[in-house]
Design a protein around this ligand. Structure first.
Ligand code: A2H
Length: 257
């Protein structure tokens, strides 16, 4: 880890319906998968959420009563950042643990998302050593997310192997959230780049690394919002405000590591 702390935004994605067996441990608390992002202004474009199937996720008690689903490593950071409840020896309070595979399919309500319900899907390239181990998917702006959502849509054999239902991925079209009025015709949206580079799957790491550089730079420096109350404004001018709005509404929290 570097010397400078990275400041993330944790997006609270509310679990709309918990499996009955889990409520014994969780009671009637509100439960959220929390995704660490550097791009809170893109949350209008969410289509699903990703977890690592073999990753271990805990259900941790936060101050104020919410339950956050995330890696133990991030929950410990949350204790030190006064977000999570902690025991006397500064350990996070864990109500239950599950693997990512157990979380696949859960229905979520995500802030600013244009779809009222989105679902958890597997992503094999998630690092449990970064953020919370939960990633929110914005396929319009993130080539990894586009490649991964596309994998689940087009690969029936993967769906079968990982218990992914078609209705969790197929109906979720890319939601276009930014325009690029200064860039002319050749604006590299994440889907366009993935197609041009013939990225076959989200495991195609080298190609994705190259694809990402372009999209991120342009998205941030010349993107203009297409959706929401800040439509027509430049990303660079409204990013901080959108983040603050999310935090003020209780839909996100600041998190450092
Ligand atoms: B970003 P950095 Cl639209 N493993 O959010 C893999 N990837 C992870 C992760 C993990 N444990 N935790 C977070 N991430 C992703 C949105 C987004 C992101 C857009 C465009 C670019 C972008 C929607 N996905 O990231 O290594 C999350 O994806 C550009 C790098 O800390 C998070 O922000 O720099 C980003 O990687 C954090 O990556």
């Amino acid at each position: 880890e570097g010397v400078n702390p990275q400041e993330y935004t944790l997006i609270k994605m509310k679990v709309k319906e918990l499996p009955k067996e889990w409520t014994e441990s969780l009671g009637d608390s509100n439960v959220f998968l929390v995704a660490a992002t550097l791009r809170p202004e893109t949350m209008y474009g969410q289509t699903n959420c990703f977890v690592l199937p073999e990753g271990e996720y805990g259900f941790f008690r936060m101050r104020g009563g919410d339950v956050f689903v995330c890696s133990r490593r991030s929950a410990l950071n949350m204790c030190y950042q006064d977000l999570a409840e902690s025991s006397e020896d500064m350990q996070p309070v864990c109500l239950m643990t599950k693997t990512g595979a157990d979380l696949v399919g859960l229905p979520l309500e995500a802030p600013l998302c244009q779809y009222p319900t989105i679902h958890v899907l597997p992503m094999f390239t998630i690092s449990m050593q970064k953020g919370t181990g939960v990633v929110t998917s914005v396929p319009a702006e993130a080539p990894d997310d586009f490649a991964c959502l596309t994998d689940w849509k087009k690969r029936a054999n993967w769906r079968e192997q990982y218990g992914v239902k078609e209705e969790w991925c197929q109906p979720f079209e890319v939601v276009d959230i930014l325009s690029f009025p200064d860039e002319g015709e050749d604006v590299p949206s994440a889907p366009a780049i993935c197609e041009a580079m013939k990225i076959e799957s989200h495991r195609d790491k080298d190609k994705l690394a190259a694809a990402k550089k372009d999209v991120y730079q342009k998205g941030f420096y010349s993107g203009v919002m297409k959706i929401g109350p800040y439509a027509g404004k430049k990303v660079i001018d409204v990013k901080a405000q959108i983040r603050q709005d999310l935090i003020d509404q209780g839909d996100a929290v600041a998190y450092f590591e």
